[in-house]
Design a protein around this ligand. Structure first.
Ligand code: AMP
Ligand code: GLY
Length: 423
């Protein structure tokens, strides 16, 4: 089988490494991939959002199956376009990817179908939004409606901050048209859990749970990033919470999407908060999370390609989806300065890693046979172990064997989860 994976970060590298384990997979192309992914797939210099070129490439190279990983090509209709020329895909069509593409859509969906989430109001008129926050409880959460590179959520600690956030989105258009409409919602508290799931629109199979670390600095301080590390499973996601989520969130969501004529096929990501009043949805993503995928897929013992094909053929209920009982930890090695300005072009050296460790490249390029840093998040070091404590220790140990100038990582990935295990 010739497979094409659209995307080019650490998440895609993890997907590709897992797909390679399938006996059915012969060749993998990555569009565009990156210098590190080039060790595991044939990288093709086509942007992940250039849908006409992606479609031409698939046609010319007789691709048997496509995996579209990032949010923007999904929201732009990459799967629709590929399916139109007869290429089976893993990933939702645009009419289902809207669950991530529009926060207004997802909030209204949850309200209509009684799926637990924060209370909210939608505004397309800035004056009304400004008047509303005058009396809204503080902190309050301001969200741009559309995609905003993961930066469209502002937690305002004061009314003044809330107003500034509204103005920056609706007047200054810092997120372009994504901020023309905003959602203003209730601030929730509690531990966060990421649950990625396979779904073919009828059956839903949650993967092992995980915990992201979004802030740049230790102790959950500093700016929000794309994610500085993850652990799986997430100890806050107990069996009881999982059962509650299946009944009140997961099944109602896929049923709602099907009822609206938008069956969701692919990986549906539930960003959950375990509040004192039960689990609530913070956000849906229409794709695998990054860097959640980097801890979840290493724990998958079943054949990822077989699962993806079953999802695409709407027979997910017939295949085995088995996860290991082990724990995994992923530490992101970033360029110093990220998520603000940083330098790139430093050589990456990878030494010997223990058998229970692996790495995925997120932002690097090959130049004259050398692997050079080429992004904010450079690579992901992952270790698996019987206990969370060992997985964390082993991931940090492995990270010591991977070096580049100006490398930065958080030193406390997994500490919050370890605290929960102890309690
Ligand atoms: P997102 O960019 O949508 O992943 O959101 C970023 C982060 O903002 C989430 O991971 C939460 O930590 C936080 N957040 C979003 N909505 C709320 C809310 N209603 N209450 C509290 N925190 C929130
Ligand atoms: N790690 C969060 C996300 O992928 O959106």
């Amino acid at each position: 089988m010739k497979i094409m994976v659209v995307g080019g970060g650490g998440r895609e590298h993890a997907i590709i490494k897992k797909l390679k384990q399938s006996p059915k997979v012969d060749t993998i192309y990555a569009l565009p991939g990156n210098g590190g992914i080039a060790a595991d797939a044939e990288c093709v210099n086509i942007s992940a959002v250039n849908i006409p070129e992606i479609v031409s490439f698939a046609k010319e190279n007789s691709i048997d199956f496509a995996v579209v990983a990032p949010d923007d090509p999904l929201v732009l209709g990459a799967v629709d376009a590929l399916e139109e020329i007869g290429i089976p895909c893993f990933g939702p069509r645009a009419n289902a990817a809207i669950i991530e593409g529009s926060k207004v859509f997802s909030k209204n969906l949850m309200k209509k179908f009684g799926i637990p989430t924060a209370q909210y109001e939608v505004f397309d008129d800035m004056e009304k939004a400004l008047a509303y926050v005058e009396t809204a409880p503080i902190p309050t959460v301001i969200k741009a409606d559309g995609l905003a590179l993961g930066k469209g959520v502002i937690i305002a600690e004061t009314t003044e901050d809330a107003k500034a956030a509204i103005k920056s989105m609706m007047q200054d258009k810092v997120f372009g048209e994504s901020g023309s409409r905003v959602v203003i919602e209730e601030f929730l508290t509690g531990p966060e859990v990421s649950v990625l799931s396979f779904t073919d629109g009828k059956t839903i199979v949650p993967m092992v749970s995980s915990m992201d670390h979004k802030r740049a600095l230790d102790g959950d301080k500093g700016l929000n990033t794309g994610g500085m590390g993850t652990v799986a499973p997430n100890p806050y996601y107990t069996k009881e919470v999982a059962a509650e989520c299946m009944e009140k969130i997961f099944l109602p969501t896929i049923r709602a999407m099907a009822e609206l004529g938008r069956p969701f096929k692919g990986c549906l990501y539930f960003g959950l908060m375990i509040t004192p009043n039960g689990a609530k949805v913070i956000e849906y993503n229409c794709r695998f999370g990054d860097p959640e995928t980097q801890v979840v897929l290493p724990l998958l013992e079943s054949d990822l390609f077989e699962i993806m094909r079953a999802v695409s053929e709407e027979r997910l209920s017939e295949v085995e989806v088995k996860f290991s009982e082990k724990n995994a930890c992923c530490v992101v090695l970033a360029s110093k300065g990220y998520p603000k300005a940083y330098e790139k072009g430093f050589e990456i050296t990878v030494g010997e890693l223990a058998d229970n460790a692996d790495f995925y490249i997120a932002g690097a390029k090959l130049q004259d046979g050398k692997l050079l840093t080429n992004g904010g998040r450079v690579l992901n070091v992952v270790a698996k172990a019987d206990s969370l404590k060992d997985a964390v220790a082993d991931a940090y140990k492995a990270a010591e064997n991977i070096t580049f100038e100006n490398a930065y990582c958080r030193k406390d990935i997994g500490q919050r989860a370890l605290q929960a295990v102890k309690n």
